[in-house]
Design a binder for this molecule. Structure first.
Ligand code: GLA
Length: 634
């Protein structure tokens, strides 16, 4: 068996048999077979049922389920069960519970209640992973390992004393000297200069109306993402010490506002990329966010197949209004993921719970039972996926355009003392993606550290608000432009280096000044209720600037507002600079011209997406909630 995602199409979901009687287990097997389920994720939240007190393990029920699944031809994605520590552990070691920025230690009772720097949690989690691999590592039903669950979902940052100690170690490794740290953080401001390492604390809550040092905050996010990665690596090492044949992964979260983990950094540590995606129910075009997240996930996987580990058959139970999916919607969602590179469609969860916090979350087997709309859809999807098994070995067709997506910039843009609080990094990236999606232009995602070779595969690279760029990154993108690549950068791109120190001599640094030929002198944010008219009839919101084209040609100037007459959109050779947040119609017209000029391939549009994977072409009509797929020859 290889350490990659097997070339199969997986179908199933989280299975929590500990919530049910043995009688139900047998019914589950029958229904799983009927639905075509071939993989279930076991044990995500089972720690307390597997280790009932320190060092006392009860694997009896899991042994039984493993065998039952195997007899029924169903594979297991085995979770290490470490997502939520049991009450006996937090009672014995309350110091492993997380502490928030205000200094309050949070209580046991929800989930993911642990400090990401806790050595006790880390040791106990690795021990459990170790016990599980010894017991199930060679079970014939085992297909893959699923470490923890959605790391960083509820406990991304902990502010306790143990975290503070680890933080100082991390800082010493990064900066070596206090002088270097003081320089990077700009501590000669507000009397923040440090003279001893132990004066430095996590960026805890500061007096009202003030903010923690922005670079300290940024570093704390980097540190926390690294601490969480260390937890993952400790469990991974425990498994690898025994099982060298099954692939190991953890489920990422691909949700519009899940920003806590730098998945570009994590992607190389998983044997294959897996993710969870939930629709934003209130968004009538939420299938575009789905496409965005699936494409981003394929980016983490470097274009290779990945696995959708969770989504929902219908409503979730954690949004304001949990809308049910329309007929056909769940099938369209699943096939969009498959077309965009997922080797299957997995759900949270197999059978809807009758108690606990998620009892109103939809499942593959709903409360209504098998004679239900949902279960009929589930069976239909199972049949559809069985016809697509051959696709699993093939990647999704490469796009001609790449968008840079940068967690580091996102983190820096999360500070609250920016020129406008209207700044929302993922929103701008979504604006651009949505316009291209509607035009039928596909987009791949790349990291700001993508190699020149990777960039060279694309006709255009988009940089919506890539706020931080190191000199090296700046040079790489400049080179891409000088070699004939087309770059589209927005306002607030290339503003600071990776320490969040502003570059002088025109905002946007050398990239905006030289490669794009624009000198940005001053920002001029727009009132929330207003928009600015541009000379080409377009409208901008949120942001305007005092800027002039030096070596670029002006495409549009601001017609009103304080910066009237300044360059709003500029073009130099095949690259563009956009100095405002264009509204949807203006953005579509911009990208329409852009795709015409670059002669980009267009397929679908108007609510229909057309995607090719291997020799298959999928046409998914989100307005009608219907799909067709066919084999193509070209
Ligand atoms: C996440 C978790 C699951 C479940 C679902 C509900 O993805 O991993 O355990 O809570 O959300 O939507």
């Amino acid at each position: 068996m290889s350490l990659e995602l097997p070339a199969e199409i997986f179908y199933g979901g989280d299975y929590n048999p500990e919530q049910w009687s043995r009688e139900v287990w047998h019914e589950d097997m029958r229904l799983m077979r009927e639905a075509g389920v071939n993989l279930v994720t076991l044990g995500v939240f089972s720690w307390t049922n597997l280790e009932t007190s320190e060092g006392h393990y009860d694997f009896g029920w899991l042994d039984e389920i493993f065998d039952l699944l195997h007899e029924n031809g169903i594979g297991v994605d085995l979770a290490t069960a470490t997502a939520s520590p049991p009450a006996w552990l937090t009672k014995a070691h309350p110091e492993l519970l997380p502490v928030n920025a205000a200094g309050t230690r949070l209580a046991h009772g929800g989930r993911q209640g642990y400090c990401v720097s806790s050595p006790i949690y880390k040791r106990k989690a690795a021990e459990l992973a170790s016990e599980l691999v010894k017991r199930y590592g060679s079970h014939p039903a085992l297909k893959m390992w699923h470490i923890n669950n959605e790391y960083g979902c509820h406990n991304p940052l902990c502010f306790c004393e143990v975290s503070a100690e680890n933080w100082r170690i991390w800082l010493k490794e990064k900066y070596e000297t206090l002088d270097a740290l003081n320089r990077a953080w700009g501590t000669n401001f507000w009397s923040q200069r440090y003279h001893q390492w132990d004066e430095i604390n996590p960026p805890r809550q500061t007096p009202d109306g003030t903010f923690p040092n922005p670079t300290q905050m940024l570093d704390y996010r980097r540190f926390s993402s690294d601490q969480i990665l260390d937890l993952y690596l400790a469990e991974k090492a425990a498994i690898r010490a025994v099982d060298t044949i099954h692939p190991i992964t953890t489920n990422f979260m691909s949700m519009k506002h899940s920003m806590n983990i730098d998945y570009w950094r994590w992607a190389s540590e998983v044997d294959f990329v897996a993710t969870d995606h939930y629709l934003i129910a209130e968004d009538p075009e939420n299938y575009i966010d789905l496409a965005f997240q699936a494409d981003l996930t394929r980016g983490f996987a470097s274009g290779k197949p990945w696995l959708l580990m969770e989504h929902s058959t219908s409503a979730v139970n954690w949004q304001e209004r949990n809308l049910a999916k329309a007929d056909g919607e769940m099938l369209c969602n699943s096939l969009t993921h498959v077309a965009r590179g997922s080797n299957g469609s997995m759900f949270f969860q197999w059978r809807a719970s009758v108690s606990g916090s998620e009892k109103y979350h939809s499942a593959m087997v709903p409360h209504a039972g098998e004679d239900s709309r949902i279960f009929r859809n589930v069976k239909q999807l199972g049949e559809e996926l069985q016809k697509l098994t051959e696709i699993a070995a093939h990647p999704t067709e490469k796009a001609q355009v790449a968008m840079v997506f940068d967690y580091q910039s996102w983190w820096a843009l999360a500070q609250r003392n920016l020129p406008t609080t209207s700044i929302d990094y993922p929103e701008l990236a979504h604006d651009w993606y949505r316009a291209l999606w509607k035009l039928g232009v596909r987009v791949d995602f790349v990291s700001p550290d993508a190699s020149p070779l990777v960039l060279a595969q694309y006709r255009a690279v988009l940089m919506p608000m890539t706020y931080m760029l190191s000199e090296q990154q700046e040079r790489k993108f400049a080179e891409y432009v000088s070699q004939g690549g087309s770059l589209v950068a927005s306002y607030f791109t290339g503003i600071s280096n990776l320490d969040d120190t502003v570059k002088l001599g025109g905002y946007g640094g050398a990239l905006v000044r030289e490669s794009l030929g624009v000198l940005v002198e001053e920002f001029a944010p727009v009132r929330q209720t207003e928009r600015v008219l541009l000379s080409n009839g377009a409208f901008g919101t949120e942001w305007a600037e005092f800027a002039k084209a030096t070596t670029a040609e002006v495409v549009a100037t601001y017609q009103d507002g304080v910066s009237a007459g300044s360059a709003a959109i500029a073009k130099k050779e095949r690259s563009w600079y956009i100095g405002t947040r264009l509204d949807e119609a203006s953005l579509m017209s911009f990208f329409d011209d852009f795709s015409l000029e670059l002669q980009l391939e267009k397929r679908g549009g108007n609510g229909v997406e057309v995607i090719r994977r291997g020799s298959y072409e999928f046409a998914i009509d989100h307005t009608q909630k219907t799909f067709v797929w066919s084999q193509i020859n070209d």
